[in-house]
Design a protein around this ligand. Structure first.
Ligand code: DX5
Ligand code: ZN
Length: 216
């Protein structure tokens, strides 16, 4: 499978979101990556359901929603109604992850589980077969524009091995500090989806930057 590109709107121009949504529509990007932060699970607050609702009618690609919030079970239905296609919860935020994954599937969304940089891949052994996606954080979640953590390469390789061993359909997504210095190596290790925020939106020509990531 050709790898997918998911631009993170966290780095978009919030005073003119429509323009950036349309840019992504026209670009070679595959998904919208939407970072939801509650100021409790992570030390930052981003945006929430009203923003998803207002951009959903404009957007022509799936919504990959990354929930950096405590107790994400509470909002499964609300985000599904607001247009989420993939509901990505943090392993560290769920006490009953198996139940959470079942609830996400029951709502009609794809289920993703995200691991913080310190959380070992092996902890997914008994859940990976039920997942559509695993998101590996390559920075500590909470902010865009941070430096990529090198240890992520080996986590991608370990996760790939676990997915094959367990016959899982899960895609491997990497998020944080992704740019042209690490993207190729991540794909070579087995990454299926690359999230990029600053690298795309701070570049002179975001459409070309997306095309560059897609062509690797
Ligand atoms: C970080 C978010 C990321 C972030 C990526 O907590 O989950 O999606 O927006 O931004 P860059 O690509 O700038 O690291
Ligand atoms: Zn994210």
């Amino acid at each position: 499978m050709k790898h997918l590109i998911a631009p993170s709107l966290l780095a978009a121009d919030f005073s003119n979101l429509k323009k950036d949504v349309e840019m992504i529509n026209q670009s070679e990007a595959d998904w919208f990556h939407l970072d939801i932060m509650d100021g409790v699970f992570v030390p930052n607050i981003s945006f929430g359901i009203p923003i998803l609702e207002s951009i959903k009618p404009l957007a022509k690609k799936p919504f990959d929603v990354h929930l950096m919030i405590t107790d994400p079970d509470r909002y499964i239905e609300a985000f599904q109604k607001a247009g989420a296609d993939i509901y990505n919860v943090h392993y560290e935020a769920c006490n009953h992850l198996h139940r959470t994954v079942q609830s996400i599937h029951a709502s009609g969304m794809k289920a993703g589980v995200t691991l913080n940089p310190h959380t070992p891949v092996a902890l997914l052994e008994d859940i990976v077969a039920d997942l559509d996606l695993v998101l590996l954080m390559s920075v500590n979640p909470g902010f865009g524009g941070q430096k990529y953590i090198q240890n992520t390469y080996s986590k991608v390789a370990q996760l790939k091995e676990l997915i094959l061993k367990k016959n899982s359909r899960a895609l491997i997504e990497v998020d944080g500090g992704v740019d042209n210095s690490n993207a190729k190596q991540l794909i070579d290790q087995g990454a299926d989806v690359l999230v990029a925020g600053s690298y795309i939106f701070k570049s002179a020509n975001p459409m070309e930057t997306i095309a560059g990531l897609k062509s690797l």
